[in-house]
Design a protein around this ligand. Structure first.
Ligand code: KG4
Ligand code: ZN
Length: 350
């Protein structure tokens, strides 16, 4: 079947068409169109909801058109529309859901409402490098979310831990803001951190005197906390008159703290729950250092466990992951009547 996915939960207007085999879960991506507003929000140091909403309204129809044209498919051929219901910015979500309401009415197509975080989780099911064995543990790390979920089988998800305050991506974004590095902070901090690592690599040591806390590293649960780490960066910058000359080193040490926490928590949960697969998802999973370090840690500590990461184009917000989630939700979730479609900015994972 052909599924049109639509995603507008934050600052990316995205539409995608996939051809899916419901029985096997096999997905063929026919188009993955993303109109990013990063350049617009950059000058404000973060997403401005009012501006994001206006941009979504301008971009949504051209993006859907482009996804149909790229996939070389006419609307009549679409079997199902999948749209992000939440969580996210209400003013952004509304554009996607209201557009889908109109399309569903005009084209006479059923609609499945999808949880954005579930979309991230199922990004691992788009062209996976190996088979996914259950139970699987999924670490989702993005600008708005950080959680660990256990998947007993397709579509059976249970949240086992989440952040008590900031998300991992937020720690990157706010850290970068404190050092005036720009937005979004993740890729910028990652670039500086790599620069620092390379200068030291030739001596075979990657060392710094900067010390950052690893909150909740040894707590007896799978929850996370990043706000203390962020505050620690703020105080260290205030104390250090030379920090502007040491930006790569700060980025390296700060990123290392984030990665150490994510890896320790993931491995601990994986051992406790005896999982067969570990998957990574969300915008922060684009981070090469995190991908490499987690992969290494799993090989060392849990050599029998399979490790999967989505291709980089499916890590940050996209609509292919929303269409992919629909395949697995379809078996258990009834399509919504177009008149009943609603956004839910605080939608929880169930
Ligand atoms: O999944 P996403 O596009 O949006 C949300 O659902 O929140 O994630 C965006 C987040 C931002 O915080 C951004 O800084 C982070 O992902 N990010 C990265 C990298 N690329 C994006 N963080 C670390 N390293 C990266 N390479
Ligand atoms: Zn996201």
């Amino acid at each position: 079947m052909y599924i049109l996915g639509i995603e507008t939960s934050c600052d990316e207007t995205a539409a995608s068409i996939i051809k899916a085999d419901i029985k096997t879960g096999k997905i063929l991506v026919l188009s993955n169109i993303i109109s990013s507003q990063i350049e617009i929000h950059k000058k404000y140091g973060g997403v401005v909801p009012e501006i994001a909403a206006r941009e979504h309204v301008l971009n949504i129809l051209p993006v859907i058109n482009e996804s149909l044209e790229t996939a070389k498919i006419i609307p009549q051929k679409i079997d199902l529309i999948a749209v992000t219901k939440g969580p996210g910015l209400i003013t952004s979500l509304i554009t996607g859901v209201e557009t889908v309401r109109a399309l569903s009415f005009a084209w006479g197509k059923p609609v499945l409402e999808i949880n954005h975080v579930e979309g991230h989780i199922y990004s691992n099911f788009i062209e996976p490098k190996s088979t996914i064995k259950f139970p699987a543990l999924i670490l989702t790390v993005s600008g708005g979310h950080t959680n660990l979920v256990i998947m007993e089988k397709n579509n059976k998800i249970k949240v086992i831990g989440e952040t008590l305050d900031d998300a991992a991506g937020e720690a990157y974004d706010k850290g970068a803001k404190m050092m005036n590095l720009g937005y979004p902070g993740g890729p910028i901090i990652a670039k500086y951190a790599l620069e620092y690592k390379k200068t030291l690599n030739h001596k075979k040591i990657v060392k710094t005197d900067l010390l950052f806390p690893r909150p909740m590293l040894n707590s007896n649960n799978s929850n996370f906390s990043f706000s203390g780490l962020k505050t620690s960066l703020l105080y260290q910058l205030k104390k250090d008159p030379t920090w502007k000359k040491r930006v790569p080193e700060y980025c390296f040490a700060y990123q290392q703290a984030i990665i150490d926490i994510l890896i320790a928590k993931t491995l601990k949960a994986a051992k406790k729950l005896n999982v067969k697969t570990i998957m990574l998802s969300g915008g922060v999973s684009a981070n090469q250092e995190l991908r490499d370090s987690l992969s290494r840690a799993i090989k060392n500590d849990l050599p029998k466990v399979n490790f999967l990461v989505p291709a980089k184009e499916y890590t940050t917000d996209n609509a292919t992951m929303i269409a992919a989630a629909a395949i697995f939700k379809l078996k258990h979730q009834k399509p919504a009547l177009f008149s009943k479609l609603r956004v839910d900015p605080s939608l929880q994972l169930k």
